[in-house]
Design a protein around this ligand. Sequence first.
Ligand SMILES: [Zn+2]
Length: 261
Amino acid sequence: MKMRILLALSLLCPPLVAHAFDVANYQVIDLSHSYGEKTLYWPTSPSAFQKQELANGVTDEGYFYSAYAVCTPEHGGTHIDAPVHFSKGGRSTEQLVLESLMAPAVVIDVTEKAAADRNYRLSVADVEAFEKAHGAIAAGSVVLMRTNWSQRWSDALDYFGDDTAGDASNLTFPGFGADATRLLVQERKVGMLGIDTASVDHGPSQDFIVHQIGAAEGVPNLENLTNLAELPETGSVIVALPMKVEGGSGGPVRVVALIPR
Ligand SMILES: [Zn+2]
């Protein structure tokens, strides 16, 4: 009798099933460089990553304890640009819309063009060719521009094209083009741009027009990404969560991609 009651109960209340989201169903790719002594910063950055030891050893009480103080300019290493970085009144880091930081990604591969031209800029034709093959880029998507520049990390001369400290006037590396950016953020209404170089604007840019166009639409950027070669052109989901700094213009971000197995 007891067994029958238990059986009836188990039918009424089935054991907890796995949640709809099970990370085991995904391959997880790390798209962030780690922070350390070799982390690259913009040539005019007044400082780089600093890690100060506060404790590292066995305490008087007999247990091990380590702790550090870290300090970094916001826009070095793998980081996010909040819209306020280039748009007065735009959202700051803690105001970023979480949904825009967790979204389906598309990867536009311009590796060959970037290898032939260090200053290559993503064109409208590149976006149209991608869409011809994969369909229209959906609103809210994260558009990742793949150049394979991450292979040059963290050789400052190779990555930036010039490693003169304090001088950012001779940089050479690929980025988004202005017209392609307008198409993506104004017409397609994508949620975020990302790239595996130091900036969504290509090296020679002095007006940072791509930053301006994106920020005006409230679109954050991910810069200095890595491992984009691991991603399919469509089908992955990006999660990019920066530290929640009040009034920040962006900052270090751990970016991961989830690819359904
Ligand atoms: Zn930035």
